[in-house]
Design a protein around this ligand. Structure first.
Ligand SMILES: [Zn+2]
Length: 219
């Protein structure tokens, strides 16, 4: 009997440790200074490359929420997403362009706010499932030329309508070319496009990572 209880105790302790570990993994942003960095660690893009242009829309009121929902403009992503993005940007730079970033990792609470305003899964992921943005594997981006001017993609970022779809036919040839340029290089850098939003890209290997609600520090 004693032996049975000892085994049970050990089993329960192990279960508790494993549960705690998985809870701790949700707050990986707080561990960004940890010496152990792997593919799924959350990191700040600007610490890995200076070659991006940033226009973090949710750190301003210039977004469909009409609210500044991030305290400061930082682009956190899992390291493997950062690596894919840096690889893609190098290819764009060779062609005279670079990536401009609108959004990166997005805490789950922000996803809930977005869903309240636009409860349409074609444009906003249901927070019950979680967006790849909440997993640190998605980015919203466009391209700028050497003068910093955005390429014409046919609609503004976060335009919730059919015109923002990759397959929408009634856009100019130039817009089709610009979208194709963005899509071709992103796909060759291990991202998937999203049919109804020309600006959204998911890292192919990022779909099953853990949803997070961790917030980043603002100094
Ligand atoms: Zn997106």
């Amino acid at each position: 009997m004693t032996c049975y209880f000892k085994s049970l105790l050990i089993f329960c302790s192990l279960f508790w440790i494993v549960s705690c570990k998985s809870q701790a993994a949700i707050s990986t942003i707080e561990e960004k200074n940890s010496p152990i960095i792997n593919d799924t660690t959350f990191v700040n893009l600007k610490e890995y490359s200076q070659d991006f242009v940033f226009d973090m829309k949710y750190a301003t009121i210039d977004n469909f929420l009409k609210a500044k929902v991030y305290d400061c403009a930082e682009c956190f992503l899992r390291l493997k997403t950062v690596n894919g993005l840096v690889e893609a940007n190098k290819k764009f730079i060779e062609k005279g362009y670079r990536i401009k970033i609108f959004d990166c990792y997005r805490p789950l609470d922000i996803q809930k706010k977005m869903w309240e305003i636009v409860p349409n899964p074609e444009y906003v992921a249901n927070p019950a499932k979680g967006s790849i943005h909440n997993r640190g594997g998605a980015v919203d981006i466009t391209l700028v030329d050497n003068n910093g001017k955005e390429l014409d993609m046919g609609t503004s970022f976060d335009f919730f309508g059919i015109e923002a779809s990759h397959d929408y036919p009634n856009v100019s040839e130039q817009v089709k070319e610009n979208r194709k340029l963005l899509k071709t290089i992103m796909i060759s850098s291990n991202f998937n496009s999203f049919d109804s939003e020309w600006w959204h890209y998911n890292l192919k290997s990022g779909l099953n990572d853990r949803v997070s609600n961790a917030k980043w520090d603002c100094n």
